[in-house]
Ligand binder design. Sequence first.
Ligand SMILES: [Zn+2]
Ligand SMILES: [Zn+2]
Length: 548
Amino acid sequence: MSKQGKLKIIPLGGLGEVGKNMTAYEFKNQILVVDAGIMFPRNDMLGIDYIIPDYEYLRQKAHQVVGIVITHGHEDHIGAIHHLLNDVSAPIYATPLTRGLIEVKLARHNGSASKAMLNTVQAGDTVEIGAFKVDFFHICHSIPDSVGLGITTPAGLVVHMSDFKFDHTPVDGWPTDYAKLAELSKRGVDLLLSDSTNSERPGWTPSEMVIGPAFDKVFTEAKGRVIIATFASLISRIQQVADAAAKHGRKMALAGSSMVDNVKIARKLGYLEIPDTVLVSLDQALQMQDHKVVLMCTGSQGEPSSIVGRLSAGTNRQFDLKSNDTVVLSSHPIPGNEETISNTINRLLRRGAIVIYDSLAPVHVSGHASQEEQKLLINIVKPKHFLPIHGELRQLKRHGAIAVELGIPESNVIVVENGQVVELSGGKIKLGERIPGGYVFVDGQSIGDIDYDIMRERGKLARNGIFLIDVTVDKLNGRLLHDPEIITRGFVSPEDAEEMIPEVRQRIMSVVNGGGWDNEKDIVNAVKSYLYEETKRRPMVLVTLSKG
Ligand SMILES: [Zn+2]
Ligand SMILES: [Zn+2]
């Protein structure tokens, strides 16, 4: 079949980072969006709740978006939907569980639920969405009901493999649809996009089966409560905990609204099988004997605002840590979170808990394909071109190298980061334009108003503290009316600050009364240079100037 037209592949998120996945496909003024996720902030992104993709490109062409396809229900794929729906009105396509999780999310953000046009698709369906014919097929991951996509346009066939692993014994007993991959392969795949998360990991990712025995051991040895932390959307893990609870005669309770809501919808739709006799409310669980209880909660990344974060700090409201608790962190650190997690583990240990995490016992397996699975995918699909997605640059590069090892010509492997458009036309691939592909920070109610300058300021305040100076000058002759008032916070000890204040006053007076100044900045600079001489630190210096 001859190829017609040009398909643009527009990576808006997830390429060059872990999180906020979003890819757009554009053919003849029609745009199909795949996924709309969030990313969790790094340690140095102070005060940021989460980050969403910069989808300005979609905002500009909002009326051209014909559909939003969501591959699975993890936050890094659905978390930004309610933001996207504020700017783009298009039908959403998702499998039943993914749809359910999207509905839970939308319900929490009043207003966006009514705008959403949700369509349920089943793995195995083919749906025409504008110029795009989309084949949805089942893939294994750490959440049930995940799909890969075959996207057919006149310009060619693209296979979009979102997060996947080739697990032959998944928790839900539903392996990847290899036959569909083979069928797509037979049709001739022009471009394969594939999950790069574990491209640095040799071998195969272990099956989720291995967690069963690890949980057995934990449940057998735990003398008191078992507290298991994972992501609220790691539905498969929640099933495994429920199974272990049933087997070991413990009752399971869920802490945290996201966990409660997700479990409710997944049970209703039949993706979680937890007998009513196993599940109890948190209040009930807290009344029971410790060795009869397992609590599931969030906070496996050590987030301070999560339940485990608060337990480690002794600030959780509903219940506190007990010395015979066993805390299991059932997840792998997201890059950048290692330090926070390590601190959390230390704090939990200090408070007397037994802590089990993935380097001590296989209480977590990755939901992402390792190298041998990535190779198997490429060998089944036999794509003409290859574009690694879902990973930091080093992971994308490694994945690209794997494709070359398997015989895909180097010129047909294209490694790009967010914002670099790729074009497929005439059966060939090339780089297109560059568009914005950065971060949009969400901080409470404010979206996108926070930028790096503000974060740098927050960092500076956190590191070096603040020095406040109140200056009142005579409006006629510009001389000081009284001694400058000075307050410092977080800079040096109050005693040390006290010692410096006379000299600071002296410097302010000589600048102001000497007349060699135009505005507050000159005072700030004079004070700053002195403070740096004395302490080798640069606190934030703020001067308020009034005229009397
Ligand atoms: Zn995922
Ligand atoms: Zn993902």
